[in-house]
Design a protein around this ligand. Structure first.
Ligand code: GDP
Ligand code: MG
Length: 163
């Protein structure tokens, strides 16, 4: 069966923008039966001929920084349980925040595959700024702009190769 990828990260980093780009015209949002998972969007992606499922987590947050760390942590643990690959998204405009540190601490301990992507790298200057995210201790990072699509091809190459 196809692999499951979950996008995690604090609010506003661009998870839904990336989800929409990856699921482009293939978007198949599953209608929740009970409503308990209404905070997660499920879609289908395909890259290099490889099909996968993708989850956009944390949709319950309405572009607010006022979010409990516990809520993010819950989403990350759900993602670890449910997904084969965790796509951890951070935001170069904001830099490393306390919530990023909290998520990274959980992800450093999981045996699941974790891929770190630095979003909003809309221009070359921001590639330099993005290097600070190496300090999260998650290894290689992928600079992307979910808005323009820059870098997302390399990210998806790596993602499907990790299956
Ligand atoms: P989420 O809360 O993590 O799902 O983030 P959203 O996808 O809702 O995006 C939050 C904000 O960041 C929105 O205003 C997006 O338009 C913006 N955004 C997303 N991706 C990019 C990007 O690559 N570059 C820039 N400059 N803004 C982005
Ligand atoms: Mg969202």
């Amino acid at each position: 069966s196809s692999k499951i990828v979950a996008i995690v990260g604090r609010p506003n980093v661009g998870k839904s923008t990336l989800f929409n780009r990856i699921t482009e015209s293939r978007k198949a949002i599953v209608d929740e039966v009970s409503g308990v998972t209404r905070d997660r969007n499920y879609g289908k992606g395909q890259w290099n001929g490889v099909d996968f499922s993708i989850i956009d987590t944390g949709g319950y947050v309405v572009n607010s920084d006022d979010v409990f760390e516990a809520e993010i942590n819950k989403q990350v643990h759900l993602a670890i349980d449910e997904a084969d690959v965790i796509l951890f998204l951070v935001d170069v405009e904001a830099g490393i925040t306390d919530l990023d540190d909290a998520v990274a601490a959980i992800l450093r301990r999981t045996k699941k595959e974790v891929i770190l992507a630095v979003n909003k790298v809309d221009n070359n200057q921001r590639i330099i700024d993005a290097q600070e995210f190496y300090s999260l201790g998650l290894g290689e990072l992928y600079c992307i702009s979910s808005m323009t699509g820059s870098g997302t091809g390399d990210l998806l190459d790596h993602l499907v190769a990790s299956f």
